[in-house]
Design a protein around this ligand. Structure first.
Ligand code: XIL
Length: 425
């Protein structure tokens, strides 16, 4: 059976439909009503992927003409990056590249607050590979230039992901040399940005225990086309293409004390162990951190032990995609929802940052004006009229309680050896 989490992470229309079939008549009625709502107001709030976006996005009004004074006051020593830097950490965020250079206030906010950026979709296969013989680097180049001008680091996300396989590849696989295409893709993309990437999410979300395979590997396009050693191939190719980028394995569903997450952690740790036995190059593990406010699942000892197990393998840990889904908060009151989100950040970061192996903290987006959580089908089933308040800045780019919660957690983190020297600092 598809869970909400599967759907959220797969972003599949089929998944949404399956979910809708099992949902109540009430939820169905509100979903059917939603397409008649106003169209998305500006393209900077919208999604980079064709796969999601079945629903109109919320109307947040015009873009803020300039950065609000209260946010401007948080530049410099009061910024997320300064709070992080004082403890040997680097703070960052995922960005939608087509907004950069188009939204002055957002550009300023990003430059003020972050030391590292990751493109939300622009380095994925679907974005880079319109056809077999063409790479389109226009948007990814824009991001690297934006970061270079502001002396920021960049994370690469991602080289191998089951959910970003271009149509021409998925449909033509039977007559294509997929193995060779993967090698060529990694050599070209990693090679192009050689020396400019802090860390690459080489393989993203390779496990799915419920697919029923002995090693817990997901029956993905890459698995089916190449076999289980697609993982080894990807990491070895990436290392050769850029020996200085930290190679990362990134995954979700490892954050809570629950049976499902326990199984996932076990499978990932076994995968990491087997990679180390085979001397497959690997430097870090990404914990995505898509967490929920008002969830039954606790965040505590299991996460602590998971991070400690990764640390014991000599690997770094990156918090790569943090955000807090607040659909389950029972109250519509904004201050109650904001407090629940802030508290959830505090709980998660309190556990994660206590371990000095954790070196990076990135949120999956900057402001609630643009969060993928508003696009997914589960949101529209649960809270069709309630845009998510999940990120450190609100839709007008004012700091939310989450911002101060993250700063507070950074302040409490033990000092650590930084992951790398910022080559631009
Ligand atoms: C999401 C993006 O945020 C969406 O815009 C896109 O449509 C689908 O992908 N885990 C990941 C990210 O590793 O790449 C996903 O990003 C969110 C879940």
């Amino acid at each position: 059976m598809l869970t909400r989490r599967d759907i959220l992470h797969q972003g599949l229309r089929a998944g949404a439909i399956a979910m809708l079939r099992t949902s109540s008549a009430h939820a169905l009625a509100s979903w059917q009503a939603s397409p008649s709502q106003k169209a998305a107001p500006d393209k900077m709030t919208s999604n980079t992927s064709q796969q999601l976006q079945h629903y109109p996005l919320p109307d947040f009004g015009p873009l803020p003409a300039e950065l609000p004074a209260e946010s401007r006051a948080l530049a410099g020593k009061a910024s997320l990056k300064a709070h992080a830097d004082r403890h040997g950490l680097i703070a960052g965020a995922a960005v939608v590249v087509r907004a950069l250079g188009q939204d002055k206030a957002l550009d300023e906010l990003i430059a003020d607050q972050y030391g590292i950026l990751v493109p939300e979709g622009e380095l994925k296969w679907v974005a880079l590979r319109p056809s077999q013989d063409r790479f389109d680097f226009a948007l990814s180049d824009t991001l690297f230039e934006f970061a270079r001008h502001r002396r920021m680091l960049v994370r690469g996300h991602t080289l191998v992901w089951h959910n970003s396989v271009p149509k021409w590849l998925a449909e033509g696989a039977a007559s294509l040399d997929v193995r060779q295409l993967l090698v060529e893709h990694i050599e070209t993309v990693v090679g192009r940005y050689r020396g400019r990437v802090h860390s690459w999410d080489v393989v993203n979300e390779a496990i799915l225990p419920k697919d029923g395979q002995a090693d817990g590997l997901r029956k993905s396009f890459w698995f089916d086309s190449i076999g289980p050693d697609y993982i080894e191939l990807a990491y070895r190719t990436a290392r050769a293409a850029d020996p200085n980028a930290r190679l990362t394995y990134n995954d979700y569903g490892v954050e809570t004390d629950s049976a499902e997450d326990s199984e996932r952690r076990k499978v990932i740790l076994a995968l990491l162990r087997s990679m180390q036995q085979k001397k497959i190059p690997l430097d870090a593990v990404g914990i995505q951190g898509h967490i929920k406010a008002a969830s039954q699942n606790r965040i505590g000892s299991d996460l602590r032990e998971y991070i400690a197990a990764i640390q014991a393998m000599g690997l770094e840990v990156y918090l790569t995609e943090l955000d807090v889904n607040e659909d389950d908060v029972a109250s519509d009151d904004v201050s109650i929802r904001d407090a629940a989100v802030a508290e959830t950040y505090r709980t998660f970061l309190g556990v994660a940052l206590a371990n000095p192996a954790v070196k990076l903290v990135l949120t999956w987006g900057v402001s609630d004006r643009r969060t993928w959580l508003n696009d997914g089908p589960t949101h529209h089933l649960k809270q069709p009229n309630r845009p998510q308040r999940s990120l450190p800045f609100d839709p007008q780019y004012r700091p939310a309680p989450a911002f101060f919660a993250i700063c507070g957690s950074l302040d409490e983190a033990p000092k650590r050896t930084p992951t790398t020297r910022n080559q631009y600092a």
